[in-house]
Write a protein that binds this ligand. Structure first.
Ligand code: BTN
Length: 325
């Protein structure tokens, strides 16, 4: 057994009790400094210890890794989760999914990580990804659609996720265009879709999904606390990350089938029913500049329609949206 596992086992056997550095060093056959270093390493992975002079250390919060075998069992037959790869600590599942795709991975490949140290958000932002408390996953998708309709997929993902979370928690989760999920205005999930196209056709999409599930407020860095929250904070209790992942894939499979048979219209209606963006005054920052006005609706291609003060309607395919004060 690895030293870290031995250490955790010892703490488990002494649940709720302080264990001295001396005891641990004797039990593990390593120096007290080495014990201290191991504890610091575990803390980086998300475990929390209380330390007290003379008494030693006490484990106050442990994290269970995702039950991947159970996930695989529950998702058997789901075409979008055919191959689930679980990784402990990675730079970014998005980067790993790109690498997997280049190496030949196909639709239905999912990369899941317990923790990311270089999690990526939209517009080059960082995605805070502490160990064991969130969902960080990237999906490889190969829809046969024109590039102009790539937005359909991102909206389809946000609708699926929003419905999954609502169903499991009962929380009033809404979608902020294009695909942030919010509870009471605080962000709980973000979606980043990288599209690879060939001659105006989508070839592959790497859809990265980040969900803040069981974080406490102090798990977020100070600057994020004013705008982000977790499902635990919002609902008052821990949530099974596995249930959430399973529920998402079920919703996605169901809605994707509707999309294939009936087109984008039903998905658009669902999106419109779940969004908090429409009929409000917004400012959208795009690479071409800012557009301010009333968010009126989305087009057949999934673009946002914003009517400015002069009555001109702008059709926006991507951008960073804020509500006007
Ligand atoms: C955003 O709201 O800016 C999008 C955030 C997307 C984060 C997810 S976490 C899993 C995947 N890996 C990454 O590095 N990013 C995405």
């Amino acid at each position: 057994m690895h030293v870290n596992e031995q250490l955790l086992q010892w703490f488990n056997e002494h649940e709720g009790q302080f264990v001295s550095g001396q005891q641990l060093s004797q039990h593990l056959g390593i120096s007290r400094t080495a014990v201290w270093k191991r504890i610091k390493k575990l803390e980086k992975q998300g475990y929390q210890f209380e330390s007290a002079p003379k008494l030693g250390y006490r484990l106050i919060r442990k994290l269970l890794p995702l039950q991947v075998d159970w996930l695989k069992l529950q998702l058997q037959g789901n075409p979008f989760a055919r191959e689930i790869h679980w990784l402990d600590r990675v730079d970014s599942t998005q980067t790993r999914a790109h690498q997997a795709y280049i190496a030949g991975a196909t639709e239905g490949t999912v990369i899941l990580a317990e923790q990311q140290h270089a999690g990526r958000g939209r517009f080059g932002r960082e995605w805070h990804s502490p160990a064991g408390t969130g969902i960080y996953m990237s999906l490889i998708l190969c829809p046969r659609i024109p590039l102009a309709q790539a937005t359909h997929m991102t909206l389809l993902i946000s609708v699926s996720l929003c419905r999954a979370i609502r169903k499991l928690t009962g929380a009033n989760v809404t979608i902020k265009w294009p695909n942030d999920l919010l509870i009471k205005g605080y962000k709980i999930s973000g979606i980043l879709v990288d599209t690879i196209a060939e001659a105006d056709q989508v070839k592959t999409m790497i859809a990265g999904i980040g969900i803040s599930v069981n974080m406490d407020l102090e798990d977020f860095p100070e600057p994020l606390r004013a705008k982000a929250t977790s499902l635990k904070i919002a609902t008052g209790h821990n949530l099974s990350r596995e249930q959430l992942i399973i529920s998402f894939f079920k919703q996605f499979e169901e809605l994707y089938a509707i999309y294939l048979t009936k087109g984008f219209a039903p998905i658009r209606h669902l999106w419109e029913a779940l969004t908090s963006t429409l009929q409000s005054h917004v400012v959208v920052t795009t690479p071409q500049g800012q557009v301010a006005g009333l968010a009126e609706g989305i087009t057949e291609n999934g673009a946002l329609r914003v009517r400015d003060q002069q009555g001109q309607v702008h059709t926006l395919y991507s951008g960073d949206l804020a509500w006007s004060p």
